[in-house]
Design a protein around this ligand. Structure first.
Ligand code: TPP
Length: 584
């Protein structure tokens, strides 16, 4: 006789079989049956204050562990609250499994209380989703959801389960790997990469005089950082790491040029523009990197390695497309290069290119000025102090806006999986919950979130969750009293006509708010106070800490490539004259 379980018991057991150690969620009507067996489960459940928080926590957890994050919520408004994190995870290829309750099967389509078409709403923002119509299907649906979320190009999946399906009985079973594969005949991500194409790529690499390794988030997803380093050191090709790839290659490495794109370093942007070969590894030619596509790296041939065939030629036609897992492809590429070199072929001399690039780096470093006596606290200064005070291996999480760009620019990323941010969707409110998820995934590490005052006000209430669950994250608010990034655009492109961007310098009182949520609150108004405040924050490990840095209102992020323009139009901190000389 097979063991009889309810659908709800089968769901929780299936999650245990998938080795889920923690899930983030909030119960309600339709998902209620699933919360009952959770009481006996080994899975830790973290009760959030808002379902968006659950989704971003699951993402933060997945970012730093590489394991799928799980969020479970009820139907209707709870499911729609999960939409933003699902879309965020989809854009940034984060493995995540969402579980939503649904109204009973007989009520579907009747506009029942808290009914919404969750699979319809999430169809284009999940890699796969399914409405489960029978309790007996639950184990297989769960296995498929985890398999699809974590293989090929990772992404979010969603399981929508009507209340009666959770209540009905089923005979427990656990499908084998073969049964799972057989149930998904159309899903076989190609992981290996085509040998002939890899060899062709190796030839192009040896011939290039001005090559650049253009590294994207796919390198981190494929756990390919070691392979990348070997490839870069073997070929001595400079590396740029996109916003999603910071940490995939150490910033301190002599070959590292930092971040390309709209707010990238002048060196990274220009090196790509002038390159004769871009070796794109797990990067997707995002518009924030390419600027105006027709003016992007005009003389470069393209090798494009990506596990998702849909990325090939989506923005820029590759000369050598390679569909495959970055780690496996890079390892094969290294072998192919070594074979060619052993057979007597020679690599073109990239020495002059490297010297030219190094010259730019020295001439045009990132710059800001905190020296003037009595000058307002600069956000970049705060970041340098935070960076210098952080223990090795600290994970840094950011919201979206100026503070995100400054963090990416001024932090030194030395290890993979130490940088968590919302790159593709650009979701304000991401930082606080994602930092909580990251700390749950890596309790051994210090986790700092760098947030804007606008972003913080979107999801700060999750610090109540963090206090109650004893998750000691640290939040640095770079509080410029403005929706700073929007203010910057209004200043630069709308003739300083500021419209609906002032958030007020007096309300709320972030220190009192932090304290009301069970955190330690600290305010920093002056550059002299920064270091001591950061030391204090770093010494507190039994509860969350919020440091409110009251920074200059009008500081802008530079360099900047104005939206829609060619990367050649990069605006440095310096004058246009300096820019022209630099580009010569
Ligand atoms: C949910 C959401 N709404 C609106 C935006 C548009 N947006 C991008 S940056 C930004 C300002 C962010 O302000 P703040 O959090 O204070 O950060 P700052 O830019 O000042 O560092 C806005 C409104 C967004 N990215 N996400």
């Amino acid at each position: 006789m097979k063991e009889q379980l309810t659908g709800a018991q089968a769901l929780i057991r299936a999650l245990e079989h998938e080795n889920v150690e923690v899930m983030f969620g909030l119960p309600g009507g339709c998902i209620l049956p699933a919360y009952d067996p959770l009481l006996e489960s080994s899975i830790r459940h973290i009760l959030v204050r808002h379902e968006q928080g659950a989704g971003h926590m699951a993402e933060g957890y997945a970012h730093v562990t590489g394991r799928p994050g799980v969020a479970m919520v009820t139907s209707g408004p709870a499911a729609t609250n999960l939409v933003t994190p699902l879309c965020d995870a989809y854009m940034d290829s984060i493995p995540m499994v969402g579980i939503t309750g649904q109204v009973p099967t007989a009520a579907i389509g009747t506009d029942a209380f808290q009914e919404c078409d969750t699979v319809g709403i999430t169809r284009t923002i999940t890699k796969h989703n399914e409405l489960v119509m029978s309790a007996k299907d639950i184990p297989m649906v769960v296995r498929q959801a985890f398999h699809i979320a974590t293989t090929g190009r990772p992404g979010p999946t969603l399981i929508d389960i009507p209340k009666d399906v959770l209540q009905n009985s089923m005979d427990w079973y656990w499908p084998s790997d073969d049964e799972v594969l057989d149930s998904l005949p159309g899903y076989r991500p190609n992981v290996k990469g085509h040998t002939k194409m890899i060899k062709e790529a190796a030839r192009l690499i040896l011939a290039a005089r001005q090559p650049i390794l253009y590294v994207g988030g796919g390198v981190l997803k494929a756990r390919a950082a070691d392979a990348l380093r070997e490839l870069a050191e073997l070929t001595q090709i400079p590396v740029v790491t996109t916003l999603m790839a910071r940490g995939a290659f150490p910033d301190s490495h002599p070959l590292c040029l930092g971040m390309p794109g709209m707010h990238g370093t002048a060196t990274a942007v220009t090196a790509m523009q002038k390159s004769d070969l871009l070796i794109a590894l797990g990067s997707r030619f995002d518009d924030r990197v390419t600027g105006k596509v027709s003016g992007f790296a005009p003389d470069a041939k393209i090798i494009h390695v990506d596990i998702d065939p849909a990325e090939q030629g989506k923005v820029r036609r590759p000369d050598v497309p390679i569909v495959g897992d970055c780690r496996l492809v890079i390892e094969e590429m290294i072998k192919a290069l070594k074979e060619l070199l052993q057979s007597g072929e020679q690599q073109a001399d990239v020495g002059p290119w490297r010297s030219r690039v190094s010259g730019w780096r020295e001439q045009f470093p990132l710059a800001y000025d905190q020296s003037e006596a009595g000058a307002a606290l600069k956000p970049q200064f705060c970041l340098e102090k935070l960076r210098d005070g952080a223990p090795d291996g600290t994970i840094v999480v950011s919201g979206v806006g100026q503070h995100q760009m400054w963090t990416s620019q001024y932090w030194n990323f030395e290890e993979p999986y130490t940088w968590v941010n919302s790159g593709g969707l650009g979701t304000m409110g991401f930082a606080v919950p994602a930092a909580i998820g990251a700390k749950v995934g890596r309790p051994d590490k210090t986790v700092w979130a760098v947030d804007g005052d606008g972003c913080f006000q979107m999801t700060a209430q999750e610090l109540v969750t963090a206090s109650l669950e004893k998750i000691p994250v640290k939040i640095a608010i770079l509080n410029n009293s403005y929706l700073g990034m929007v203010r910057q655009w209004q200043e630069m492109f709308y003739g300083e006509r500021y419209s609906e961007v002032n958030l007020s310098g007096t309300l709320p009182d972030f220190v009192k708010w932090a304290e009301a949520m069970g955190c330690v609150g600290i305010r920093v108004d002056d550059p002299q106070e920064a270091e001591a405040a950061i030391d204090k924050a770093n010494s507190i490990n039994d509860r969350p800490v919020v440091v409110d840095f009251r920074v200059a209102e009008d500081e802008k992020v530079f360099p900047m490539v104005p939206a829609g323009q060619s990367n050649d139009e990069i605006l440095l901190h310096h004058s246009q004259q300096a820019r022209r000389e630099f580009l010569r």
